[in-house]
Write a protein that binds this ligand. Sequence first.
Ligand code: NAP
Ligand code: COA
Length: 292
Amino acid sequence: MATRNLNIEANGDDCLEDYNYVFKPDLLKDKVAFITGGGSGIGFRITEIFMRHGCKTAIASRKIERVKEAADKLTAATGVECFPLQMDVRNPAEVDQTVKNIVSHFGKLDILVNNAAGNFLCPAESLSANAFKTVMEIDTNGTFNVTKSVFDNYFKENGGSVVNITATLGYKGTVMQTHAGCAKAAIDTMTKHLAAEWGQYGVRINGIAPGPIGGTVGMAKLGGKSDKAEMMKKSIPLQRWGQKTEIADSVLYLVSPAASYVTGTVLVADGGSWLTSFNDPTMMHMLMKSSM
Ligand code: NAP
Ligand code: COA
């Protein structure tokens, strides 16, 4: 069995110094992809891996300086164009203008990755109505806003592939994650509805549900930096955090011709984590305290 070199993952939002190709290096040649939240974390690595396969990219989020800096790094490392844009996924007019800019800039769009999200650890009893609404609006409404605009502006006429980055939180009702668990579960349901309606237009829609991924903001916010982190890691069947590159490679599979008959499904890439990881309020309270 071929094994993965786990020593090449880069920390922070830097490109890899080395990458072992699983697929052909020209897999996405002449394709164009839009990755929301592509300026940081998992989205940054997805963008990099697409570009390493010849794909031109557009990335967008609220903090335009960070997005521009990321685009410069990505192009320097891969020699492929990355178009940086500013956009809040909660604002449908802003989203629509951004998608129109991308289609007009590249003349096409083949792939959308809905990766932008917001999260924090918070027990439901302390969660305000606005906190719940904020996460729902970024994750669920944001995913709908971007997907609908991409469909209207390009995919309806030309087909395309969508990958939604979700999570396993709702599978067992993870404590302190009511807001994000509900938001991601709604996205998984949206994946099925849109796949059912838009298959006739040549649009495939799938999801990836990562487990705890090392070196990310998401992971840091959910206890990955706490003094209980080692215990958390041991509770995962594969006994380690996932890597951003492993999620990027999973996304690559879903947008590739290898997945041409795959739509309406969610691929869990979590080292088996959700099956065995602890989920009790006392432990999570300890995690939250030692994360702060
Ligand atoms: P991250 O680096 O914080 O990525 C989130 C991105 O979303 C940021 O680039 C952020 O940029 C953007 N964003 C947030 N709110 C936005 C808004 N309103 N409009 C536009 N963009 C917005 O975190 P990450 O850990 O890599 O997470 C990436 C994805 O993986 C998320 O969908 C997350 O739920 C999922 N995930 C992560 C893990 C993990 O272990 N890290 C586990 C399961 C699932 P701005 O701040 O510039 O807007
Ligand atoms: N615990 C409980 N409530 C919180 C919170 C926390 N850690 N952080 C924010 N909130 C609440 C706020 O108090 C506010 O509610 P209120 O008006 O009742 O006080 C509400 O959430 C909105 O907060 P605000 O800071 O105005 O939202 P924002 O739109 O500026 O930011 C977040 C959105 C909160 C999700 C912010 O963390 C973010 O931008 N995250 C992006 C990065 C990220 O989370 N990455 C991980 C991806 S999984």
